[in-house]
Design a protein around this ligand. Structure first.
Ligand SMILES: N[C@@H]1[C@@H](O)[C@H](O)[C@@H](COP(=O)(O)O)O[C@@H]1O
Length: 344
């Protein structure tokens, strides 16, 4: 599992949005081979949707060949209700991008036969070739989708009953009136999420700190269902500083160091592949010869001073055959300043 930590919710969300954009663009989806994206609702992903919409408006990404499957929907709440997940998705995302309505999939919490609706949803996911990337959030009790504490880690799409904590947390969307919050929902299962080829969770805010700690540092458990990610081979959690409040400093440092090393490696790879001047420098270095016969004699007292080192460097005649043909900035004497300017 990867843990990406950013200063605040906005930068964590921006990171996730950029990541999704790269994944879609690299995939080069077509109508025959669409990118299949799993999507969540909730306040945490709102900022991600805002960044995705902005990127679409800037022509950085298209959703024309993206197929989506949402995680969950309340049971018995009319689709047009402002707090239904149908309304949420159109309000924050679908209405603002070029996604084709036929490519959007949301569970129907008003279906006559809810069990058949769930089975059909699983069938459609399979028919679409499985989910390439499932984006999710988590509740303060560590649930993923509506897989409340105690849900089987192999569960599939089904009717789920909301836990007291979730009803209380979601009452903020229903005039803080617990009695208005639906008590059941249709939800993809933990197993459905785990089948995705990649899973990303966004977890932000100090109120999610215990959940994040349990999910990352605790054991895999059906009580904190998002901990299932520990068993996924391609999972990432993006969080803000506040959400790491309950984690061990050692864990936070470790995940930060992984990201730092990856960034350094990436910068090096980009430098190698993109800068033709570096290739030129490499080619020249291969021809580097050191003529030790011309080295200055060691001082009688054997002491090596900065002065004697400088003269040795000159005398030892580092020869680069085509040095004259190189751009000035690439000559060894000038490399120090170049490396900094090329590194980022
Ligand atoms: N079923 C949804 C979850 O999928 C979501 O992750 C959670 C967190 O929501 P928020 O981001 O608003 O805290 O809310 C609901 O319970």
């Amino acid at each position: 599992m990867k843990l990406i930590i950013r200063e605040d919710a906005n930068s964590a969300s921006e990171y996730v949005a950029q990541y999704i954009i790269h994944r879609i663009n690299d995939f080069e989806p077509t109508p025959e081979r669409p990118f299949v994206l799993g999507l969540p609702t909730g306040s945490s992903p709102e900022l991600i949707y805002r960044h995705l919409v902005e990127a679409y408006k800037n022509d950085d990404v298209s959703f024309a060949n993206v197929v989506t499957f949402n995680m969950d929907e309340y049971v018995d709440l009319p689709e047009e209700h402002p707090e239904s997940y149908h309304s949420f998705m159109y309000k924050h995302f679908f209405s603002h991008v070029d996604i084709k309505p036929a490519n959007v999939h949301l569970l129907n919490g008003n279906a006559e036969d809810l069990v058949a609706e769930c089975a059909e949803y699983e069938r459609k996911i399979k028919e679409a070739g499985g989910i390439e990337l499932f984006l999710g959030g988590t509740g303060p009790d560590g649930h993923i989708a509506f897989n409340e504490p105690g849900s089987s880690l192999r569960s599939r799409t089904r009717v789920a009953t909301l836990a007291e904590d979730t009803i209380r947390a979601n009452s903020r969307f229903f005039d803080n009136d617990i009695s208005q919050v639906p008590k059941q929902a249709l939800s993809v299962g933990v197993g459905t999420v785990m089948d995705a080829r990649e899973v990303i969770l966004i977890i932000t805010g100090a109120h999610k700190a215990i959940a994040l700690q349990k999910v990352v540092e605790g054991s895999v458990s059906h009580i904190w269902t998002a901990s299932c990610l520990q068993m996924h081979e391609n999972a990432m959690i993006a969080c803000d500083d506040a959400a790491t409040d309950e984690m061990q400093v050692k864990t936070v440092k470790y995940f930060r160091s992984i990201e730092k090393i990856e960034q350094e490696q990436l910068a090096r790879t980009q430098l190698n592949s993109e800068d033709p001047r570096l290739q030129q420098w490499r080619g020249a270095l291969k021809k580097l010869e050191i003529d030790t016969s011309q080295k200055a004699a060691a001082p009688a007292n054997g002491e090596i001073t900065p002065d004697s080192m400088t003269s040795r460097l000159h005398d030892s005649a580092i020869a680069i055959d085509d040095m004259d043909k190189m751009e000035d900035g690439l000559k060894l004497t000038n490399m120090g300043s170049r490396v900094n300017s090329m590194a980022m």
